[in-house]
Design a protein around this ligand. Sequence first.
Ligand SMILES: *Cc1c(COP(=O)(O)O)cnc(C)c1O
Length: 410
Amino acid sequence: MSAASSATKSAASSGPSPAVMGTYGRFDVVFDRGEGSWLIDTKGERYLDFGSGIAVNALGHANPKLAAALAEQAQKLWHTSNLYRISGQEKLAEQLVANTFADKVFFGNSGAEACEGIIKLARRYQYVSGHPERWRIITFKGSFHGRTLGTIAAAGNEKYLEGFGEPAPGFDVLETVNDLALVEKAIGPATAAIMIEPIQGEGGIRVCTREFMQGLRALADKHGLLLILDEVQTGVGRTGKLFAYEWAGIKPDAMAIAKAIGGGFPMGAFLATEEAAKGMVPGTHGSTFGGNPLAMAVGNAVLETVLEPGFIEGVRQKALRFKQLLAGLKDEHGDVVEEIRGEGLLMGVKINAKLPAGDVVKACMAEHLLTVGAGDNVVRMIPPLTTADEDLAEGVSRLSRALTRAKKPQ
Ligand SMILES: *Cc1c(COP(=O)(O)O)cnc(C)c1O
């Protein structure tokens, strides 16, 4: 036993273990515990976390309320399968229905699964509406919907499709968001739905305009299509609304969520109106783990917290402060910072051609600030929604030092 534990230790100190499949280029750091917006590594060094495990830890690390909810459920019951009623699942579904456009919720385990399920929902909707020929989905370059065969085809990112054979059929990937004429032109007799992120997260915090989102709603209505939103990254308070579609003053027909709703416990879901979900009858979809009691205990605790009076208003106030700080950073580093973009606490620092954003992310690491790179040479700043104001300021000054560091010739 002592041999095993010393082997583990040496693996941690001598770089990533070759036993883990090399699909990620990882930083050589092992985190041991977390406290709110801070992570502490195995050497005891503290890092300010402005990546939130890629927009997952919305309520910070080791949140006492979430830990208690999980621990309490863990003592009682872990899993039963969806062959039986699950009280936590019914409760969370009802809370989501009460606070969104939706009438129905299906629970899965990840964002990709939620997107995959929602693609099935759209096709089934047209099928049971007497339009089996309508099964194609309009999507957008720069999107990210997950890493399954269906969702990589949906996003149409060549880098993620390369080497995996012919992409799954049925997606018309448009060149850009915010161009309604392009969408209208792409709608044909086989179109079932339009699927879009209100703000492209992985794609570089590219924000869809209010007019564009409203235009998509109108086009979908005019042509009998479903408007599907992927709010896996934008949802659950991240943008300063419970869901980003609220900013546009529209309602989708269906929506995928994941990431923050589990606060770090793996879960995802897709939501739909009664009408959009009408094809999803027994036998059409399923998941062994989806919506299990452990996930639901945490999901309920997350949603309850985010829905507490003043929480989302608090996110908007923090976001305003954060935007001001980032605007100051742009003034200070105007030679490399081209633009600050985003909404709420989903912000992107667009770096110009002089510097790869990846170098900035690395320099942030050296300043013990965790950030996440994104497409379009953007550094994503996605702190927990509970980050204290002084930590927001601390993060921006670390980013400023990191930019200075990254600009220096190596
Ligand atoms: C992360 C993400 C996904 C995929 O979620 P996974 O849990 O990694 O499968 C899908 N859509 C968006 C917008 C995302 O940000």
